[in-house]
Write a new protein. Sequence first.
Length: 111
Amino acid sequence: MQILTDQHEGKTVLRLKEERLDAHNSGDLRDAILKLLEAGTSHLVIDLTDVRFIDSSGLGALLSGYKNASLRSGTFVLAGLQPRVQSMFELTRLHRVFDIYPNVEDALSKA
């Protein structure tokens, strides 16, 4: 899985450069998030702009990241959800769990 990491004013942005977040690569994302949190990162923004499809494994990886960030009193927000991905969050009611922003810039300024 290709993940680009940027720093912006104390917040870490993970840009997922994949069209799919599914069983084949969700473990890589879960590991990357956990490694950052264990290294002391406390404010994460996950940029899903390039992700066109997500399945239950992908949702689980994001939920795991959210839970681990919360346990460390950190923040974990999502940005740039495409319509199909947004509908999965609504279908599973996870849009009520995550703070979701239309783009990374909004997430950085408001989260």
